[in-house]
Write a protein that binds this ligand. Sequence first.
Ligand SMILES: [Zn+2]
Length: 516
Amino acid sequence: MAVRLPESPDAFSEAAWDEIRPYYEELVKRPLDRENVEEWLSDWSQLDSLLSEASALASFAYTCDTADPEREAAQLRLGSEIGPKAHQQRSLLQRRLVELDYVRPGLETMVQRFANQSEIFREANVPLFAQLSKLVTEWSKVNGALTVDWNGDEKTPAQLLPYLESADRLERERAFKLRAQAYLLKREVLVRLFDRMYDLRQEVAHNAGFANYRDFAHREKNRFDYTPDDCLRFHAAVEESVLPAIERILERRRHDMRLDRLRPWDTAVDPKGRPQLRPFATADELVSRSAAVLGHVDIDFRGYVNAMADAALLDLENRKAKAPGGYSSSLNFRRMPLIFMNAVGIDDDVRTMLHEAGHAFHTFETSHLALLFQRHPGAEMAEVASMSMELLSAPFIAAKDGGYYTEDEARRSRTELLEGIILFFPHCASVDAMQQWMYTNPEGRDPDARDQMWLELRRRFEGDGVDWSGLDQERIARWYQQPHFFGYPFYYIEYGIAQLGALQVWRNSRRDHKDA
Ligand SMILES: [Zn+2]
């Protein structure tokens, strides 16, 4: 390449856009033909790998401590200033490749995505993406700062989750309401942030020639194989096929708990009154036990977990100032993944760890592919890998395999996993249906109408197995708590689609574990 690329992403971690731009401009201007296209693609892939690794590290550092002004500044520089401008350069490169009309086996999907992305790119959207990225950073900070007072102790909302498994029903109720309260008290702040995101997203869509952000997002996510109408059919299928199973699960729980009616704080506790599952006490225990469990699925997986731990690419325990949720992202230059999550010592954390490990292993297993653009399978298949890992590792979670539980506890955890899969579908349908409605109706801009629609969708998809009477506000709080509405719009139906794929992988594994 005419310009020598830096040797490491560190070169970009403090750089301004003006120091990065020349590398892209060289690729935009370099004469391009069928003779040198592979070299050009390889140089571009290497440049994107350097920059995306610097960005991923800045984002990891920031989400681990949203109260640190230096980390915030780095995140804003890489995410909000440099990110959208690099995106603009990238769309020029994508167009060049599409115009060259070059494709070979192994690059078909890449070329199809490039054509799609360059079609919807508009220069007018570059500053809007920058503003959106800033708002997401601000939203992370608002979330990281949320705390509640629990018997005189300051706790994060996530640290209340273990109390939702308490045998003491009043304690569960108190924890449930306090957690909802944390978000309700910030409703005005979250509404203001969301309204600004909403306006910007609709403007992005209009600039790109779409009627609304729903239609734009569908295209932007390279969803070539299904339409927004297919998503609506998915919602209807959840209502028709999953709801009856949910009602049976909840009725059995109500019966086991000898209650007249289940309240929302009765759904996480063990229905037979056994002690709470406590799979690990420290993040180190979570790592070593997960490495052992996953090593039984495939011997390489143990090494992958240890490699991430050795490289300090695991930040697992919840604490104040951390951004919410869990994710795995790829460091594309060194071809390693990292895992971020908010563990508080409950069974759900095991599931999250095994899920994110599935994503991380996908990164390891695709790292041999030459071009960065070939390595991401698309969100739907990425989630098949992670959701399958939850199921494939389930046989090995007991202590005899180095796992977290006694035999009896392991059985309980597996039951929770399988019931959780069924119970997840209504939530998936609610989140997707909410966004479908919001961005295609003018009332979606009205905060009160949004809250009312959320209640309506919950009633539609969740049925009557849990008695929510008198708890509308607490029920509404749930959508403010869902990171995807703010940070990852329209990333949700993928989980529903992928769960069906993961269940098929699991079915295969019941016949032949190694083969699956
Ligand atoms: Zn995932």
